[in-house]
Design a protein around this ligand. Structure first.
Ligand code: SAH
Length: 355
């Protein structure tokens, strides 16, 4: 049975489903899910991420975390973790760059939170010399100092969408029209989680909620607040969610999210505000939201690019210049992507970020 047939049967039996249920089925269905069955990244795939664009991204992130480790008295055992490591490229670049920081790798236990068996296999290849350990959920992160990165992880978590209707909300749902998937709206009702949003929205406006993000960020912030460490959450999005940001990407083009379930990447912009609030509630400090371009410039990406450029010429040099621009320029990824830093209250934020 194809994923589409499975979804049609499920809706026929249970009624229309939320965007969150649809995303979860499409991305992580055990046999048909988008992430569970393939490597979606890179030029041949459906989308490309910062670490796949240039090694500079992972190197600078690694050095930012290693500097935080030094600033916090270089604990002799800590967990170096990544949420949703994709191909393992970011972690590999972090480990290569931080090998020069005395003691860092000896103290590190590499832990990867990954739901996809297909991607775990690729990560095992990329990272075999570092003997990583995989866990299914952030809840299983060890009780130890935690230095963590997540790039384009939170945007893959299921969201629900609500349309403002008077002083209540109607949920956007996916139902059936014949044998096709079709958009619809649930009944008007109150939503406790959206109480505050009645103040800053108008009739007919749409807001998104990502409930799945909260327990994850709470665990990460709890570990950092209790044992020390630092977290760098990098994703596209902003401080406040407003409007429909649910999107599907296939072979680098936007497509209709309902057209080919399980065969396109589904994401939504990350609303960093609830992540920051949950961080504070868990007893951990967070930085101001910083654009990716600013973060990388502060960490010295221009100097690193010059060093990498020195032996290059022709098309290799052009590719490096283009990669630097793509990661940092405000009209490319520089502004759309943001960094939220997590750190324990008496320390300062990881380099590249301000309190
Ligand atoms: N960070 C990588 C990959 C981003 S794609 C990069 O920057 O290139 C999203 C990653 O998150 C994939 O590895 C995907 O399998 C993983 N993922 C998505 N939802 C997940 C979940 N609920 N739990 C664990 N991993 C998840």
């Amino acid at each position: 049975m194809s994923l589409k047939d499975h979804l049609l049967a499920r809706i026929a039996q249970d009624g229309p489903m939320s965007v969150a249920d649809y995303m979860a089925e499409c991305l992580l269905h055990p046999t048909h899910g988008y992430y569970t069955t393939r490597d979606p990244l890179g030029a041949q795939g459906d989308f490309i991420t910062a670490p796949e664009i240039s090694q500079m991204f992972g190197e600078l992130i690694g050095l930012s975390l290693a500097q935080s480790w030094l600033d916090q008295g270089h604990p002799d055992h800590f967990v170096l973790a990544e949420l949703g490591p994709g191909r393992g490229t970011l972690m590999a670049d972090m480990l290569r760059a931080t090998a020069r920081v005395p003691g860092f790798l000896d103290a590190a236990e590499v832990v990867l939170v990954e739901a996809s068996p297909a991607l775990r296999d690729i990560q095992a290849q990329t990272l075999k010399e570092f003997k990583p350990r995989w866990i299914d959920s952030a809840a299983d992160l060890p009780e130890a100092p935690l230095f963590l990165v997540a790039n384009e992880f939170f945007d893959a978590l299921p969201i629900r969408q609500f349309l403002r209707d008077g002083n209540g909300w109607r949920e956007r749902l996916i139902g059936l029209e014949g044998d096709a998937l079709a958009w619809g709206l649930g009944p008007q009702g109150e939503q406790v989680a959206l109480k505050d949003r009645l103040d800053d929205t108008r009739d007919g406006e749409l807001v998104e909620l990502c409930a799945a993000a909260i327990p994850i960020i709470t665990v990460v912030a709890g570990r950092i607040g209790t044992h020390g460490g630092a977290g760098l959450i990098v994703d596209y999005g902003d401080w406040h969610s407003l409007g429909d940001t649910f999107q599907a990407l296939q072979t680098h083009e936007r497509t209709d999210p309902l057209a080919l379930p399980g065969q396109a990447d589904l994401t939504a912009h990350v609303d960093f505000e609830p992540l920051a609030l949950a961080t504070r509630a868990a007893g951990c400090a967070h930085s101001r939201l910083t654009p990716q371009g600013v973060f990388l410039e502060r960490l010295g990406i221009a100097t690193r690019a010059q060093a990498l450029a020195a032996p290059l010429g022709g098309s290799e040099l052009e590719a490096l210049v283009a990669a630097h621009r793509r990661l940092t320029h405000p009209e490319e990824m520089g502004n759309l992507f943001k960094v939220l830093g997590l750190y324990p209250t008496p320390s300062s934020p990881p380099p590249g970020l301000e309190p």
